[in-house]
Design a protein around this ligand. Sequence first.
Ligand code: SF4
Ligand code: SF4
Length: 175
Amino acid sequence: MEALKALADGFGTTIKHLGRKPITEQYPEYKRPLPERTRARIILTRDPGGDERCVACFLCSAACPVSCISMEASAREKDGRRYAGWFRINFGRCIYCGLCEEACPTSAIQLTPDFEICKRDVLSMVYEKEDLLVDHGGKDQEYNFYRYAGVVTYARGKGEHEKEKAPVNIKSNMP
Ligand code: SF4
Ligand code: SF4
């Protein structure tokens, strides 16, 4: 009986769609706008001052489940600020999970909706820093890690820094 009902449901759905106008999008002539948070091609962004946001902390590399991010840390001579001497992503292995973006404290690494990066030669899917680095801030143009971390730590108390919430009173959670 259940099998018959399943069969009837299946045919019912087919019949329901028979009279409908087909929706065919003519890709690549028409490119459907994708949500801003679509996870595809990865970029390395810059802070509002134009500096590279990446501080070569390796967190994205550690978070990546397929180990497709590698880099080498360097430091600027003038102020010791860290940056990636080289930075490499193997898009042939990337599964576009977005964990690297979640892990990044500086908002440097971001996934974008640009999915048209497929190539026949898998070796050309290895992107170097010069292929990844863009000249804008991506999804958050204003964020600057150094405005929030390190620089003002000694100037103010807990919960008094820019956009920082007041500390939670842990004793208030006790029964
Ligand atoms: S999107 Fe996922 S798989 Fe791709 S580089 Fe980031 S963490 Fe790795
Ligand atoms: S992209 Fe972000 S998480 Fe990865 S090394 Fe640079 S600062 Fe760290």
